[in-house]
Ligand binder design. Sequence first.
Ligand SMILES: Nc1ncnc2c1ncn2[C@@H]1O[C@H](COP(=O)(O)OP(=O)(O)OP(=O)(O)O)[C@@H](O)[C@H]1O
Ligand SMILES: [Mg+2]
Length: 245
Amino acid sequence: MAELSLIDISKSFDGKQILERISLSVSDAEFVSIVGPSGSGKSTLFHLIGGLLEPDSGDIYLDGERLNGKRGTISYMPQTPSLMPWRTVLDNVVLGAELIGRKNGKKAIEMLAKAGLAGYEEAYPNQLSGGMKQRVAFIRSMLSPQSFICLDEPFSALDEFTRLDMQQWLLSMWEDHRRSILFVTHNIEEALFLSDRVIVLSSGPARVKADFTIPFPRPRKESVVLSQEFLEWKKTIYQELQVIT
Ligand SMILES: Nc1ncnc2c1ncn2[C@@H]1O[C@H](COP(=O)(O)OP(=O)(O)OP(=O)(O)O)[C@@H](O)[C@H]1O
Ligand SMILES: [Mg+2]
C-alpha cells in the first residue's frame, strides 16, 4: 500500500509565496504526473514530500501517517542526479537497498544492462555523461525498497531515442510491480504516455489548475502517441498550461 495525500500545502521562500494551498492525492499503484511552468515549484513540492523541507502550512500523509519533515519514507530521484563520486556505478545503484540491508546485486546488474550501462558497473560517476548519470540515479530510485517513488524529470538529459526506451522500460517495470509514482516532467507527451492522471500547476504562486484522468488503456503501446485522441489530449494540456492564471 502506498497512498499519498497533500492537503493545503503552502510554502514561501524569503517572503515570496511559491506554493499556495496545493492539495492532491496519489492512490495505491497509481502513476501521476505533474506538469507546470519552470520555476513554479515542482521540485519544491518534492522536497516537501521527501521531508527535506517542511511546509509553512498544510499536511502530507502517506498511508495515513503524517510525513511533514520526515525523510527516508519515499524513494526520491532529485532533478540533479546526486551520485556519490567515491562509489562505483554498481555501488551507487544499490545504495537505497543497502541502507536497509537488502542489496540485490544481480537485479542491479540486469537493470544497468537494460539501461545501456553494461560494462560501466565499476566506473565512477565522473567517468559518465550527464544522461548516463541520470540513468544510474533512476535505477537507484527504482531499486530502493520504498513503495512510493517521486521522480523529478528523470529523463530530461536523454536524447529522444534513449528517452523513449527509458519510458517504455519504466512502463513495463511499473506494469509488473505497480508501485505508486509521482512524476515531474516538462514533456507533455511523456506525461500523457505514462500516466493515469496529469496534474497541471499554475505559477506565481503554484496552485493545482487541472487534474486530468488519462483514459488510454493499459498495457500501453508506443503507437498510442500517434492516435487522434492522443493529439487532442496534447492540445488540452498545452492550452491549460498557456492560459494565464
Ligand atoms: N531553498 C530555496 N530557497 C529560496 N528559494 C528557493 C529555494 N528552492 C527553490 N526556490 C525558489 O522557488 C521557486 C520554485 O523552484 P523549483 O525548483 O521548485 O521550481 P520547478 O518548478 O522545479 O522548476 P524547474 O521546472 O525549472 O525545475 C523558484 O523561484 C526558486 O528560485
Ligand atoms: Mg524542478
